[in-house]
Design a protein around this ligand. Structure first.
Ligand SMILES: Cc1ncc(COP(=O)(O)O)c(C=O)c1O
Length: 395
């Protein structure tokens, strides 16, 4: 009998199984509410959330600044489209431009990571009038037509009869291949500076600067997909800032709204004149509640010094969590991959027995930490003790 069959018919797991498409493997608990970094489940467990809803809960749960901002904004004006200008949207765009890498001075608001990448790729084809995109092996960029086309190994779920443009993949961290492959026919190179779904694999500084320089030399655009690595998660607002690499286009989503769905495409002033009324668009992008959330997330990261907190917590994890099944740690900030001596899913399940939630990744041996940026020192002690209690594999 399956685990689901044993659940009462009133359990949300049985009801979702009966009414939604069965496309997600679900965890064996049902959250009722959450506060700080803790999820409280319907059966009364308090689970330390080091996964943050796929890296979305940047400020954890119930952060007063975020809750107040979205509740006040929804009382005042819950929605208006881009057919009108809004004070709160203007402030969100100004805030994003202020924290972004130098030169990225224009914003186009969207609703998700895939939509941000879809538009970034479209923009690159329009601006360069070229038809070929380069992506990086093991990269993930989303499940829409263009974003899926530049995602490594998407054949298993891509589903569309054809791709919107030619795509080739540069082997990750292979600078020679990058130099050879980037030429006059390339519209853009899209790269996650830290490959999230791949297991928080941090691409080398040399590789990222090679992509930047080669793209510039051949008139191709560099698109940094910071959907997972951005908004403070890597200890800078954006991971490319740690490398002093300035892309032509940068995409953001996930933590951007701290839980309110939103995304953004940022680009430089050379790109902006290629676009006029009607060239890009979306109904919900830059809506007032999303914009209020973006402002609250940025204000909080700055006023609570969360970039510093992320760097400190990263150092603490690196110092104390190479223990038990963990052999080494990759990644940056609180986008970390714990490389294990056994399947990561086993370690994830064992940690759940200690009421700690982590994530797996496309690499079967890498466990992912995508904790809220408000993570505290005591949380890491809890993780380290739980890992320590699991004996290393001796075979
Ligand atoms: C780097 C990266 N880009 C794009 C996406 C797609 O974002 P969304 O699920 O919001 O469409 C993801 C999602 O995991 C991601 O990690």
């Amino acid at each position: 009998m399956s685990a689901l069959a044993k659940l009462p018919a009133s359990d949300p797991r049985s009801r979702e199984a009966a009414t939604t498409l069965p496309v997600y493997g679900q965890l064996p608990f049902v959250p009722e509410r959450a506060t700080g970094c803790d999820i409280i489940t319907t059966d009364g467990h308090r689970i330390l959330d080091l996964y943050g809803g796929h890296a979305v809960a940047a400020l954890g749960y119930g952060h007063q600044r975020l809750v107040k901002a979205i509740s006040e904004q929804s009382t005042k004006l819950i929605f208006q489209s881009n057919a009108v200008a809004l004070e709160v949207r203007a402030r969100a765009a100004e805030n994003l431009v202020r924290i972004a890498p130098d030169d990225l001075s224009r914003v186009f608001f969207v609703n998700s990571g895939a939509e941000a990448n879809e538009n970034a790729l479209r923009m690159a084809c329009i601006v360069t009038n070229r038809k070929k995109i380069l992506a990086i092996t093991q990269g993930f960029h989303g499940r829409t037509a263009a974003a899926g086309a530049v995602t490594w190994n998407s054949d298993k779920w891509y589903g569309f009869p054809q791709q919107p443009f030619d795509v080739d993949f540069i082997p990750r961290d292979d600078c020679d291949a990058a130099v050879k492959m980037i030429g006059q026919d390339i519209a853009a190179v899209i790269v996650e500076p830290v490959q999230g779904v791949a297991g928080a694999y941090d691409l080398s500084h040399e590789f990222l600067t090679t992509l930047r320089d080669s793209a510039r030399r051949h008139g191709a655009l560099l698109i940094a997909d910071e959907v997972q690595s951005g908004m403070g998660r890597c200890g800078q607002f954006f991971a490319v800032q740690a490398h002093e690499v300035i892309p032509d286009i940068l995409t953001s989503a996930k933590g951007l709204g701290g839980g309110i769905p939103c995304g953004a495409v940022l680009c430089n002033e050379d790109i902006a004149p290629h676009f006029g009324p009607g060239d890009l668009g979306t109904t919900f992008g830059g809506g007032p509640v999303a914009a209020a959330a973006i402002n609250a997330v940025i204000d909080t990261i700055e006023s609570e010094n969360l970039l510093h907190n992320v760097r400190q917590r990263e150092a603490q994890i690196r110092e104390h969590c190479i223990t038990g099944p963990v052999q080494k740690i990759q990644g940056m900030g609180l986008l970390l991959g714990l490389v294990c001596d056994r399947p990561a899913v086993e370690v994830r399940n064992a940690l759940l027995q200690h009421d700690i939630l982590t994530g797996t990744s496309a690499d079967p041996n890498v466990l992912r930490i995508l904790a809220p940026l408000v993570l505290e020192s005591g949380h890491i002690d809890h993780l380290a003790h739980a890992l320590e209690s699991m004996a290393p594999n001796t075979y």
